[in-house]
Design a protein. Sequence first.
Lengths: 418, 418
Amino acid sequence: MSSSGLEIGVVARRAREASLLSAIIPTERKNAVLLGLADSVEAAIPIILMMNNKDVADAAKSGHDERTLARLRLGKEAIAQTTARLRALAALPDPVGVVTLERPLPNGLMARRERIPLGAIMMIYEGWPLITLEAFAICFKSGNACVLSGGNEAAETNGTLGKFIEAVLKGCGMPTEVCQVLHRASREESLALTLEEALIDLVIARGEVELVRAVRAHSRVPVIAHDRGVCHVFVDASANLEMATRICATGKISAPAACNATECVLVHRDIAPSFVPAMVGAYVGAGVRVLGDAEVVSLAPAAHAAAPEDFGREFLSLTVAMRIVDGMDEAVAHIDRYGSGHTEAIITADERSAAWFTGRVRSSCVLVNASTRFNDGFQLGLGAEIGISTQRLHAYGPMGLEELTAQRWIVRGSGQTR
Amino acid sequence: MSSSGLEIGVVARRAREASLLSAIIPTERKNAVLLGLADSVEAAIPIILMMNNKDVADAAKSGHDERTLARLRLGKEAIAQTTARLRALAALPDPVGVVTLERPLPNGLMARRERIPLGAIMMIYEGWPLITLEAFAICFKSGNACVLSGGNEAAETNGTLGKFIEAVLKGCGMPTEVCQVLHRASREESLALTLEEALIDLVIARGEVELVRAVRAHSRVPVIAHDRGVCHVFVDASANLEMATRICATGKISAPAACNATECVLVHRDIAPSFVPAMVGAYVGAGVRVLGDAEVVSLAPAAHAAAPEDFGREFLSLTVAMRIVDGMDEAVAHIDRYGSGHTEAIITADERSAAWFTGRVRSSCVLVNASTRFNDGFQLGLGAEIGISTQRLHAYGPMGLEELTAQRWIVRGSGQTR
């Protein structure tokens, strides 16, 4: 499907019609597709890496920065992680038809609430091409049809993955329209699809702030945003400092461009003199640039002076912000002001501090003595995720199978009226 | 607060700040407010009816049609029904803090998911002034702050109810900012509030299609729509015809302007010769105008010929559409094409037909042998409802307490990293 030849109305109607079919595919047939896809992707790792290399080279040539390249570049391990997620999804129960409530009413009616698919889902995303596989897998297992429109910088990789999906669907006797991977769709074409409110049930926007803002401003279909992860770690006065150093360090280093990476460390003043020099040393030793407030810099001259706008920034690179706070109140006020509602952690040995922090901070995931990087659908047992929602509506945090369903009522009676 | 003096930024910021307070009010104190409100409203029924009479008279004078007047006019029974709902809400469990999942993870982390309020909710609505009380009560019990902007045709009634809410909050030592009832806000002012995406978490639009469309087109905050209820009853060949007549008749007559009123009856061809004349007779006898297709009119000349656009219409008056269909496939195709996803019912004695219909039709509530009018939060045991969502996202169908919460994760560890 070429950019010029994309007929928006046809894509939308096809998605809508496919959603009537995908809603009633039996669980075991859906699982067979996911397992088949995992196998065929694994068998084709060299081809996928070759196409990915092409995308990365093209992106570098056209001047994309290292942050974009990091989000684009695949390795064997990442692909293996994704096929593991496809298999995990196959092993999870099917959410469609699950009864979430059953209640006899005083007038003799029997009411039950059950899960149905959302319908036709459109996803507009950037970077990381393996999203294509995971997004299809989650939509498909939850009975939805999907239209996937990835970034053009990943066009070759996404196109290749789309062909694997199509081939496996065909091989399993499924309608291939349940997953339409758009090839080199322009921004205008993707946005045009978000106007099809009668045919598309949900738009997921996953990427940088500008993309999400454009989709939100344009769409007539309800939008779920997966955008900024400005994740904080607060190191309390009672923290085990060795543990705190490890959690803060790996939280940035293990995946600097991930949305659940630690972007800002808040340090309780009481422990700053011992913790800050050690922490800055650990970061600098691992190649991380630390942007600290004046006190941080005076305690650890290897840190650079932060500009005001460095707080609240999602660096997506080997950079982290650091600030000293008077205590929990100031830490929470900082998070309220600068956070994005994604993930925050507290490192503390004090039960009451942990309870106060988790009660007061209302991000999609709040952790005690653990890395921000655990806010992830696979890590939390959802099998995989189609994104991490930073809005409270519909789904907050990692979106897995259940989050791609709606609940509706079925009521049985014997002639009741009112 | 007068229309000209309304400072949008102040209202939005006040709602946001109030939402931090409302989130942590203990259950028993919230219940005391609801019970106090029920008492004070009951004690003031004559005043409320007086103000309501003024609104109705003004609306009639300024040329509003009977449909609008019907949605505006209150009676003692309606107020008593609402105070019963306030008491039912007080008796229901508090959704805030409810743990919906608790799971140890293989790496020793303990993850749980719990309900938190959505935050600051803005509701833009028309007609029925008792929505003001129910909307406040549901938002408040679920820990949310709210801004309520009702239609100007109900300004006096809504203003009076707002004063009762304020007085009860004050009397119970609560911050009155948790409920801001806007007085005679212009459409522009209400819409301006929907741009405050950093301060308002959810906009509920409840009213006619034009209002909902305007809010959706304008808002930067996620919107839940409560708009059209184009509810169908399909009378199957095996239906008990006496039961079918009763369900179809009361489904329209008992509340012609309600969103869950029956708007269209689909009749299986096999029983049309006996059912249609009896049904049309029952309707006409009760003052209901029937708009039928050619076959309906030929079987029952008291019916009027329907225009094509009469199918898919929400009449909101003593009018109903009727059509003869070849069977379930045609009935479902009609609903797919003309329905609004609100409520549909089948009248049948055949178990398999019931199962097929409820499986195939995916409206927010599908009923077997019962009236469409049971798709209502109070009837389904939710205590009350802030609206009936006709979109699948976040909440589908009646929105009660749970539907005004989000779920977030709390994860406790002992130093885990990845």
